[in-house]
Design a protein. Structure first.
Lengths: 826, 358
């Protein structure tokens, strides 16, 4: 809903706001912590005790890998426990106990930290010295009868100390559910935006800005398959259904060499495999969203499936808005996920994943868009020998995009999009102290022709088509993780990235010595087929970890990444309908250098974990649009763009409380994101070629996520967000032409809108029916109803001969939602 | 069980303390921005009609104030055949040129000399084609400035484009002129002559830009909304609407399209980010000097329509109706003074030459 406020526009009065905001957030966090001490909320979480177990092979020949097997039972009644997750050295790789509680693991010889976890059970920690095959039987006890405290993290709490790569954020669905979100829906992007280093342009902007990078500089994948359009409802919600989601891993520091194609970060979202033992599912009805999930064995013990779907029902909320335009608007979205897993043998299995997402949005009778995204993949995982595994993946993605203007005269629609084929093969060779990843990846992109067509039979719009490019990106890669001892770990790799733009394409020739523009075209060359232009480059990746005692470590990393596919947009922020654009003769690929260094320390037996990280990135050939860029149906889009240098740097502080009656985290990020255009022609330089802030440059970001565990499955959760207002282009003066008052805008992104502040709240509890497995989620987004500014504009007020600044808020009020979920099956 | 309840209560207490703290976070802030003064703004329109050709020269002022007129410039119209015509200043930065009109086949440029600097526009020619406008109006009850229904007057134009493949670009300006009789106060002695009536003129919607790009469409007849306004007591008497159609060049159309983007920017997600708009005028010796405004040459046609009280379906009160029982000093000032009634709009006591009304 759109709300206009008058005269609340800030220039650079950020410092005092920040000081006050920072003070309040620190005060809040302090209050939370003090409360625990003074009100005596019991922190009954036991200290993490690792039971040490050693398995020896005796005199038999030594092997690189050994089997660890066993059975997990319920300690109180001796019943076997199925679906217990087994975490190895801080990571969950999908190992679960089977229907009779048994498990089999194939592990490298050496020391491993093994944790057995199940929701509602106390986790059990083992430190295993595996120098021979071993059997480890485990008993778990319930949590709910013993304490009000709870452990929310899925991975080991010392993972931040032990994991070898800096700048990695990993979280599973149980943690995600505890962060209040828009529409009450557990959401990856929402959680990520409360973590350090992750922001967005504002409410209603699709995409995230990670460590000062643009939204299109993030590689977003589902089970390693590229997903291009990945959010719903103008970016309020991601396309990944929490019911089918296993976990996510965000690489914002050093990205491993087996990921590439984007210049800032990589986010891989792992979807869940269906249960191989029994059928189960859930149905949720919500005020804004309804969903269904079913999973179970198609062939018991062999083939399983999971199906999850969501459908919006938010239109009635729009009808409640005060503004006529909003009442006449419409928003629909859906997503469907299907996952099928087949296990041929214990060493060979095959996964099929299919994701279909789509949105329809119409704002009154002014404009609208619809898009549809289909991603399908087939992944084969094979253990060839005890030391060598091979993963092969082929995928197809298709993205269709439509932007329509249902105006009275000549209503029209523009359609574009792309489809792509992705193939990847990855080998993992495990030696005694070194793990080697190697493989290759290739992606063939084909942009769809861009169509302009009349929206109605009465429209006089002449149909028009503009052909678009095609290109192939391919890269062999290799990386090695070397752990010389417990304290040191190194990870290094290299990726040789290549891109070829292929014909057919029309390459325009421009007049020499002047900026390229529509008016300086002197000719055109047509390439029927074959290579149009080729780019390539090595991408070294390196990271290290030095743990100098049990609770302190230092990690650092450096990576180089190239990007050949980017979005171009001249809207205020990223939108779902931004044009995807391949590199061409004139649009050079982006190339970034990323460096990061961090210090990590845990306290009180990992009850508290803290980190302090710094980052620095430069990007060559970052895209910026020229003023009033005409992007649609433009066969020579390079005339509307200008490339430049990007610079991002900052520091992140994270204080996380992992256990106890109150859990959560406080994240503070200082981040700058700047750009300067580097044309040789002063007349097209933006801001005279000086450095200026990108439109998502928000230097100070603070978020505080707090989970109050009341017991019996009930939690009260809050999410407090503060950030500096984003840059906007402001007025330098106003003038009159032909009787019309015209605002005269100054340098791009010279001013800032007021600071952003928001509190979200959610209450999760069990449902009304004792015999059902039902749950209730009541949440309120923007609890205080603060009218956070999204942007500003200037307009003449009636006949007054001057312009008045207004601010616009996307969500100008509290947004409550209620979801009731019933699960069936066990 | 009891213990759990106690703990829950404490949690809730903490929780609400925690929430109440930041409620005072919303602050009202003042706009503090650096503004730039003194940028030159030149706007000129040359038409193919016999009307006075006008140019305005001004300088930008501090944000929030109207621009400052520059009355001491030397303004000339140059033709492609080497002729030069001088405009004369009428004050407040306005310059006029009589007895000159644009002729098809010729191109024209504007030259402004100010403080030794010469500013020259590109040469522009008169477009060949023009469309036909047929005006109509409606009175409706609909949300206009607020969300509740209001009495609204809408002026429409059914426009027919010429049957040609040549591109045509149109811009319309709309002016309203209404008749306002002052109250005739007869006094106690010999009655004075009745006061002359007021003819008050203004743009119907000052910041509305009506544009149409006829180059990429087969549409040859369409109805456009030219303007809207609230219905008030101005409609008590004859009310004229003059629609001036300007057939302009592609570059001029693109200029106005950018102006439209800038003035219609609502800060929404999909708005094109604002930027300074540059026209076709520059300093001949210093190309880096920013000169705002535009010089356009247009083929022009004016169409008019008028309403009378009989057309208005709403009840209107005449505040200036003379009555012998009303004391003379009780009439509102707008009943005794055209200037007060006009509230800054243009006004005159003489009926325009096209005012053909009984």
């Amino acid at each position: 809903m759109t709300v206009k406020n008058q005269n609340i526009f800030s220039g650079l009065n950020v410092k005092s706001q920040l000081t006050r905001g920072l003070f309040k957030v620190i005060l809040l966090f302090g209050l939370t912590i003090l409360t625990q001490f003074f009100l005596g909320i019991p922190n009954l979480q036991a200290q993490t005790e690792f039971t040490e177990v050693k398995f020896d092979q005796g005199d038999l020949p030594k092997r690189a890998q050994y089997f660890l097997t066993g059975k997990v039972i319920h300690l109180e009644n001796g019943e076997p426990l199925s679906g217990v997750s087994i975490h190895i050295d801080g990571f969950f790789a999908g190992n679960n106990t089977d229907r009779i509680g048994q498990y089999v693991l194939s592990l490298d010889s050496g020391r491993h930290r093994i944790v057995f976890r199940q929701f509602g059970k106390r986790p059990v920690h083992y430190l295993i010295e595996l120098y021979g095959d071993g059997q480890l039987d485990v008993g778990l006890v319930n949590l709910d009868f013993e304490l009000e405290a709870f452990t929310v993290e899925a991975d080991e709490r010392d993972r931040n100390i032990r994991s070898p790569i800096t700048g990695v954020t990993k979280m599973d669905i149980n943690d995600i559910k505890l962060v209040p979100a828009f529409m009450g829906e557990p959401d990856v992007f929402n959680v990520l935006q409360s973590m350090p280093g992750v922001t967005s342009v504002g409410e209603g902007s699709a995409g995230m800005n990670i460590r000062g990078g643009q939204a299109d500089q993030n590689l977003i994948m589902m089970n390693e398959t590229i997903v291009l359009s990945n959010s719903h409802a103008l970016g309020f919600l991601s396309s990944f259904n929490g019911d089918a989601l296993q976990n996510f891993t965000l690489y914002k520091g050093a990205v491993p060499s087996y990921f590439g194609g984007r210049s800032s970060s990589a986010l891989n979202i792992e979807m869940r495999k269906g249960s191989k033992e029994n059928w189960k599912g859930s149905v949720s009805l919500g005020t804004a969203l309804s969903k269904v999930m079913v999973e179970g064995p198609i062939v018991p013990e062999k083939t399983s499936m999971i199906f999850a779907s969501r459908l919006s029902n938010a239109n009635w909320l729009l009808n409640k808005a005060n503004e006529v335009d909003v009442q006449n608007s419409k928003i629909n979205f859906h997503d469907i996920y299907l996952g099928i897993n087949h296990q041929f043998t214990e060493k060979n299995n095959l996964d099929f994943n299919l994701l279909n997402t789509g949105d329809y949005f119409r704002f009154s009778n002014q404009f609208g868009f619809d898009w549809n995204n289909l991603v399908g993949s087939l992944t084969s995982r094979n253990l060839l020998t005890d030391d060598l595994s091979l993963v092969g993946m082929v995928a197809y993605g298709s993205f269709n995009n439509g932007f329509f203007e249902p105006s009275v005269v000549d209503p029209s629609k523009i359609e574009n999009g792309l489809y792509y084929y992705q193939g990847k093969i990855t080998g993992l060779l495990t030696l005694e102290k070194v793990d080697i990843n190697f493989g290759a990846e290739a992606i063939q992109y084909q942009m769809r022709p861009e169509f302009l067509s009349p929206l109605t039979p009465e429209s006089g719009i002449a149909a028009k088509t503009v052909q678009k490019e095609r290109g192939m990106e391919y890269a062999p890669f290799i990386s090695a993780d070397w752990n010389p001892n417990e304290s040191l770990s190194f990870s290094g790799g290299i990726r040789y990235s290549n891109y070829v733009q292929q014909g057919p394409d029309s390459i325009f020739r421009y007049e020499e010595g002047v900026p390229i523009s529509r008016l300086t075209i002197v000719g055109v060359d047509f390439v029927e087929s074959g290579k149009v232009v080729k780019y390539s480059g090595f991408e070294p990746r390196f990271s290290f970890r030095w743990t100098f005692d049990e609770v302190n470590s230092i990690k650092g990393g450096y990576s180089v990444m190239n990007q050949y596919l980017q979005t171009i947009s001249n809207a205020t922020g990223p939108t779902p309908i931004d044009l995807w654009q391949l590199s061409t003769t004139y649009i050079k690929p982006q190339r970034s250098h990323n460096a990061s260094l961090g210090f990590f320390r845990n306290f009180k037996e990992d009850e508290w974990s803290t980190s302090f990280e710094g980052f620095y990135r430069t990007t060559a050939n970052q895209l910026e649009y020229r003023d009033f860029a005409d992007l649609f149906l433009n066969p020579h889009i390079e005339t509307e763009l200008i490339q430049g240098e990007g610079l991002a740097y900052g520091a992140e502080l994270l204080i996380q409380k992992n256990t106890g009656g109150i859990t959560g985290w406080l994240a503070y990020t200082f981040s700058r994101s700047l750009i300067r255009t580097t044309s040789e022609f002063p007349e097209i330089q933006v801001n005279q070629g000086n450095w200026f802030a990108t439109n998502f440059d928000k230097p100070h970001n603070i978020s505080l996520v707090t989970n109050f565990h009341i017991g019996r499955g009930r939690t009260l959760n809050t999410n407090v967000n503060f950030s500096t207002g984003r840059p906007v282009t402001g007025l330098s003066s106003n003038y009159v032409v032909g009787g019309i008052f015209v605002p005269n805008f100054g340098n791009r992104n010279e001013f800032r809108i007021p600071n952003y502040f928001r509190i979200d709240f959610s209450y999760l509890t069990n449902g009304f029916v004792r015999k059902w497995d039902d749950k209730i989620n009541f949440s309120v987004y923007n609890l205080t109803g603060r009218r956070n500014a999204y942007s500003v504009f200037f307009q003449r007020e009636g006949r007054i001969p001057r312009l008045v600044p207004y601010q616009i808020s996307i969500l100008g009020s509290a947004f409550p939602s209620f979801t009731y979920t019933v699960a069936f099956g066990k | 069980m009891i213990k759990t309840h106690k703990i829950s209560f404490r949690f809730i207490l903490v929780f609400f303390l925690y929430l109440l703290l930041p409620f005072s976070c919303i602050d009202k802030l003042d706009f503090v921005g650096e503004t730039e003064e003194g940028q030159l703004v030149i706007y000129g329109l040359l038409t193919d009609t016999d009307e006075k050709q006008v140019v305005n020269v001004s300088q930008t002022t501090i944000f929030g104030f109207p621009p400052k007129g520059v009355p001491n410039a030397q303004v000339s119209l140059l033709t492609s055949s080497g002729e030069r015509y001088s405009y004369f200043s009428i004050g407040n930065g306005d310059y006029e040129l009589n007895d000159v009109k644009a002729i098809e086949g010729k191109s024209y440029a504007l030259e402004v000399v100010l403080d030794g600097n010469v500013y020259l526009s590109k040469y522009e020619s008169v477009p060949k084609w023009q469309a036909e406008d047929v005006l109509s109006f409606t009175f409706t009850n609909e949300p206009f400035r607020t969300e509740s229904p209001e009495s609204v007057f809408t002026l429409n134009s059914e426009t027919t484009l010429p049957a040609t493949q040549d591109p045509i670009y149109l811009r319309w300006t709309v002016e309203e002129t209404y008749f306002w009789p002052l109250v005739w106060l007869k006094g106690t002695g010999f009655p004075p002559p009745p006061p002359p009536p007021c003819f008050i003129s203004d743009a119907i919607e000052p910041n509305r830009l009506n544009l149409f790009d006829g180059s990429g469409t087969s549409t040859r007849k369409a109805t456009f909304v030219m303007g809207k306004r609230m219905v008030d007591n101005s409609f008590l008497y004859p009310f004229f609407f003059s629609v001036k159609q300007l057939s302009i060049n592609r570059e001029a159309y693109e200029y106005w399209e950018k102006i439209k983007i800038v003035i219609n920017n609502q800060g929404s997600l999909f708005d094109i980010p604002p930027a300074p708009v540059f026209g076709n005028i520059s300093n001949v010796e210093d190309r880096n000097e920013i000169v705002l405004g535009y010089f356009e040459v247009a083929k022009t046609k004016v169409t008019r329509i008028n309403t009378t009280r009989a057309d208005v379906p709403f009840y209107l009160v005449d505040p200036c109706l003379w009555s012998p029982v009303i004391p003379e000093d009780s009439y509102a000032a707008e009943c005794r003074s055209c200037a007060v009634r006009a509230q800054g709009r243009r006004w005159t006591n003489d009926a325009p030459e096209w005012w053909k009304f009984d």
